[in-house]
Design a protein around this ligand. Structure first.
Ligand code: HEM
Length: 404
């Protein structure tokens, strides 16, 4: 048993039992952040705030939502939207946040790719980030099933069909996942459970892992400079705040983060009040009907690029290309063979690789939205081939890079 003395304050009482001063130092007042970073480094905090908005609005929606195929559609479109006071507001906050979170995730990912923040000791940050991306994708997909509209039903049908594995004909697997021959009550129950319990729990655990992975290597900076955090923090603590290359996470850096978060929230609530419809597909305002297939079935905008990698090929090749697209970003730290952690603009061929990948993914997204008629089918096919080609050449072009 440790030695306890009579506490002089509540803080002292807690400190003796929970070492709160030490925790505060490790997580905030002596968690050192480089000065040389820009607003893009606030995207992590913007993601934390957006996730909090999703959790809170989700809890309010859960009070009235009915996970029953006969009641779900009305519980959302009638009870929540019309009968419950401010139900519409919670639904719009939830819908807009679910869409915007992907925009911010993509900005956060491409910032990390541009500055090489996945390299040399930061691999676990990247891997935990990619696991978060997968978990958010599962969360968005399972949530999309819940209103039990036409798109919920048919997107559920198409995506679960992927598990039949093309000519492997693993149809039993598809039925096992659905709990029925077609999406029905068992399907809705299990996606409801995933959406409100299992996946959010996984996300919370993964955010913990992501933050833990950041603590030892610290965040990168705009020049990829290897900062001696011990040396620089000593300078700061000795009073040379101007000469030191680092500042405290709290309250110094947090105050900058909060400015970006405040600007973001103005944009966010502008969307919630005036343009919430961009996050909702009109087809999903028709109740699910297993006898009426919608003319075009397409996923939400954030899945379109990977959907377009599946679509232009025959079933088997399409499935392999799709699976490749889902996992390949995870391998980025190991496929980039360059010794340099510097911005893409100062790297050899990687500079072109970065922009080619970004533009290609935007092209895939645009092609995923239009029906597969010419010339869009051909453009989509080339964009998918370029995506795969870019990953194949990555190890070779980065190996050629000289040490900067
Ligand atoms: C929604 C989930 C996520 C949350 C809450 C989150 C949060 C954060 C936070 C707070 C930081 C530190 C500050 C910053 O650089 O922004 C960070 C850094 C980082 N995140 Fe995420 N992140 C998420 C998803 C992702 C994803 C999907 C990736 C990509 C695979 C990723 C990769 C990284 C990397 C590489 C860093 C280090 C940046 C650096 O060292 O400069 N994160 N994240």
């Amino acid at each position: 048993m440790a030695h306890f003395t009579k506490a002089t304050s509540i803080k002292d009482w807690l400190n003796q039992r929970l070492a709160i001063e030490k925790v505060e130092k490790v997580m905030a007042s002596e968690y050192w952040i480089p000065k040389n970073i820009n607003f893009l480094w606030a995207m992590g905090m913007v993601l934390v705030i957006t996730f909090a908005l999703l959790l809170v609005s989700g809890i309010f929606l859960l009070m009235y939502y009915q996970p029953n195929i006969d009641l779900a559609f009305d519980s959302v479109n009638y009870t929540i939207m019309r009968e419950v006071d401010f139900g519409w507001l919670w639904r719009h906050v939830h819908g807009v946040a679910a869409s915007v979170v992907f925009l911010i995730i993509y900005i956060h990912m491409f910032t990390a790719i541009y500055y090489g923040s996945y390299k040399k000791g930061r691999e676990m940050i990247w891997i935990s980030g990619m696991l978060l991306f997968v978990a958010f994708s599962a969360e968005a997909f399972s949530g999309y099933m819940l209103p039990w509209g036409q798109m919920s039903y048919w997107a559920g049908m198409v995506i679960t069909n992927l598990f039949s594995g093309g000519s492997l004909h693993a149809d039993g697997l598809v039925e096992w996942i659905r709990g029925d021959y077609v999406p029905a009550q068992a399907f809705l129950n299990r996606f409801f459970m995933l959406h409100v319990l299992l996946v959010p729990l996984a996300i919370i655990g993964l955010i913990g892992l992501h933050f833990g992975a950041l603590r030892i290597p610290h965040v990168n900076n705009q020049d990829g400079e290897e900062i001696d955090f011990d040396e620089e923090s000593k300078k700061y603590l000795a009073g040379d705040k101007a000469g030191s290359k680092v500042i405290r996470f709290a309250n110094d850096f947090m105050s900058k983060d909060m400015l970006v978060v405040a600007i973001y929230l103005v944009f966010f609530f502008y969307l919630v009040f005036f343009h919430y419809d961009f996050a909702m597909d009109p087809v999903n305002f028709d109740p699910a009907d297993g006898l009426k297939t919608p003319e075009h079935i397409y996923p939400e905008w954030y899945f379109l690029w990977s959907y377009e990698i599946l679509r232009p090929f025959s079933t088997d090749i399409g499935l392999i290309a799709f699976a490749f697209a889902q996992v390949i970003f995870m391998a980025l730290p190991f496929l980039d063979r360059s010794p340099n952690t510097i911005p893409a603009s100062r790297r050899g061929l990687f500079k072109y690789w970065f922009w080619a990948m970004l533009i290609d993914m935007i092209a895939l997204t645009a092609m995923g939205k239009v029906p597969p008629v010419e010339p869009f089918g051909t453009i989509g096919l080339y964009a998918a081939l370029i995506f795969i080609g870019l990953w194949v050449v990555l190890p070779f072009i980065t190996k050629l890079e000289k040490k900067a």
